[in-house]
Design a protein around this ligand. Structure first.
Ligand code: GLP
Length: 265
């Protein structure tokens, strides 16, 4: 796992956006449009803003780029401002100028949720898989909505949200009892199929989860520790999120001495 520690949340956003832009340009140079995996939550918002600036300034062409969201609440109308359909539209599709027809979010309103999950897996496969998956991390170590004890081999499915996740996300709703109980989420196995993983985290509240993800044991108790299994996973964090790591000097030493000619993955 590549661990990139920077000084501020703004720098996390810049570094992450640059890596996403590079993935889009590389796919374009190979004659195709990239398939991005996009995350909700507050962590990636700065990254999306940076990408939007690049698109506006003409430095990044997003034509034909597809996007798949990680997850969605069950039972929230797509028009509800906190549904992930609405969040992805507001923070990703519109600012990055993506074609809405090329952006997919799991359908938490489907009559048959299991079928919707299977269709979602099929749609990702039909698109040729995800080139780069952007991720945040929950304070309990979840990725997407894969709560602790989620199978590390899981595929897109329904889940019941952990109490801590509902508490954390209550800030987006009028009250805690408005936070849905259930969700659809890409599985950890689904996420690990992406060609590149890029996780961003900022702030002290993520420090324990970040340390468990990078330096803890591989365990479903910290779903993000599954990134340890991925050959091209990068984590971009600020000093506050990095404060519980024990090998900070080593990570900084690695970044200060890149192997000449080595890929920046
Ligand atoms: C949410 C999302 C995750 C996100 C995480 C952290 O519930 N389902 O994809 O990474 O929790 O959110 P935030 O970035 O707001 O801290």
């Amino acid at each position: 796992m590549r661990v990139i520690i920077v000084e501020s949340a703004a720098e996390v956003a810049q570094v992450a956006a640059e890596r996403i832009a590079r993935a889009v340009r590389e796919r374009r140079a190979a004659g195709a449009a990239a398939v991005l995996g996009v995350a909700t939550g507050s962590s990636p918002v700065g990254t999306y803003n940076e990408l939007a600036t690049m698109v506006r300034d003409g430095g990044l062409d997003m034509t034909g780029v597809r996007a798949f969201a990680l997850d969605e609440y069950v039972g929230l109308a797509h028009e509800h401002p906190e549904s992930y359909h609405a969040v992805i539209h507001r923070t990703v599709t519109e600012p990055l100028g993506l074609d809405p027809a090329l952006v997919q979010v799991p359908n938490g309103l489907a009559d048959d949720l299991d079928a919707a999950c299977r269709e979602y897996e099929r749609a990702i496969a039909d698109a040729g898989g995800v080139d780069l998956q952007l991720l945040g991390i929950g304070s309990n170590g979840h990725i997407a909505f894969n709560e602790p004890t989620s199978s590390l081999a899981s595929r897109t499915r329904t889940k019941t949200l952990a109490a801590q996740t509902r508490d954390d996300n209550a800030r987006f709703f009028d009250s805690l009892d408005r936070v849905p109980m259930h969700c659809l989420t890409q599985g950890i196995g689904t996420i690990l199929d992406a060609h590149h993983l890029l996780l961003v985290a900022t702030g002290e509240s993520k420090a324990d989860a970040v340390a468990a993800m990078i330096e803890g044991p591989l365990s479903s108790m910290c779903p993000a520790s599954a990134l340890q299994l991925h050959p091209r996973a990068a984590v971009v964090i600020d000093r506050e999120a990095a404060q519980k790591l024990t090998l900070t000097e080593y990570y900084e030493h690695i970044e200060a001495h890149p192997l000449p000619g080595a890929s920046a993955a």
